[in-house]
Design a protein around this ligand. Structure first.
Ligand code: NCD
Length: 302
């Protein structure tokens, strides 16, 4: 039985296959409409979510399956003190596969150790978010036609942004990726990510300056400052508007730039950028459903 806890649980070949399946679902959704007939997905969301949970649920419905679960832990037995291990053991007797989001780093991994059904990490604290990464990779491949030889800028909260950590890990396995890490000093990527890049002798720079680095980027991955992970409100208020992508700044960028954002956006991309053909974030959100359909099929072996 396979789980997806970290994006590196999948080989590059497996990622290619998943993206190929997602492309084929986009081409011909009818061919997949009954793949999961009689199967149930449980969504156990201990933290807020719109895209991730609803795209998982839509994915399972479009595969002909059913969905159970909760979107507010206050209504679940965890509010009575139940451990995640006990919760997934029980839910595994009602569902065939579980997508879990948790505010604690490592919770889905702990859950997977005791689970009798596949567990998908739908985001664990400030750590990882592998299905967002599959979404991001599908988007990059569909927009750019490749996953290698790209200059990829990450901008915003690189410290707490779990989508950033997972996407950097994933891209570190492709040839010719140059990383440009743009953040306030306080919100730089954690050391374990830098160590990974250094170990693999990958090209990366850390900077606080978006304007001067934007012209060289093929991809710009904007992120929200992760309010819920700050220890004090004051720091959040000081840092939240560090970077705002505007049409003026977009003039500095390549015509072929692709702007990604995992969403939700707060203030970091002005709405005027939405009409720029280089803004990919709403297409990206749509891709999330297709890649999750592909992943559910893979883990259920259907
Ligand atoms: C991200 C998350 O939950 O980490 N959202 C998502 O899943 N699309 C990004 C965020 O919340 O900022």
């Amino acid at each position: 039985m396979r789980h997806l806890i970290d994006i590196l649980d999948l080989t590059c070949e497996e990622i290619d296959e998943l993206l190929d399946t997602a492309d084929s679902i986009i081409e011909n959704p009818a061919a997949y409409a009954t793949r999961c007939a009689g199967k149930k997905l449980a969504t156990l969301f201990f933290e807020p979510s719109t895209r991730t949970r609803l795209s998982f649920e839509a994915a399972m419905y479009e595969l002909g399956g059913h969905v159970i679960g909760f979107s507010d832990a206050a209504n679940s037995s965890s509010s009575k003190g139940e451990s995640v291990s006990d919760t997934v053991r029980v839910v595994g007797s009602y569902a065939d596969i579980i997508a879990m989001r948790h505010f604690k780093e490592g919770a889905p991994m702990v859950a997977a150790m005791k689970s009798t059904v596949p567990i998908i990490n739908a985001g664990d604290g400030g750590h990882n978010h592998p299905t967002q990464t599959l979404t991001d990779l599908l988007t990059i491949r569909r927009e750019k036609g490749r996953l290698d030889n790209l200059t990829v800028g990450f901008c915003g909260d690189l410290k707490f942004g779990r989508t950033v950590h997972s996407l950097i890990s994933a891209l570190s396995r492709y040839e010719g990726i140059r990383f440009v890490l743009v953040s306030p000093k306080e919100l730089q990527v954690p050391d374990y990510i830098k160590d990974l890049l250094t170990e693999k002798e990958l090209s990366f720079i850390e900077t606080t300056d978006l304007e001067s680095t934007l012209p060289e980027m093929d991809i710009l991955y904007m992120t929200r400052v992760q309010k819920e992970r700050f220890f004090n409100e004051e720091d959040y208020l000081r840092l939240r508007d560090s970077y705002i992508l505007t049409p003026e700044k977009m003039r500095l960028a390549k015509q072929t730039l692709s702007v990604l954002h995992p969403l939700p956006r707060v203030n970091e991309i002005s709405v005027e950028v939405d009409d720029d053909p280089r803004a990919c974030y709403f297409r990206q959100a749509k891709n999330g459903k297709f890649v999750r359909m592909a992943l559910i099929c893979k883990l259920l072996e259907v």
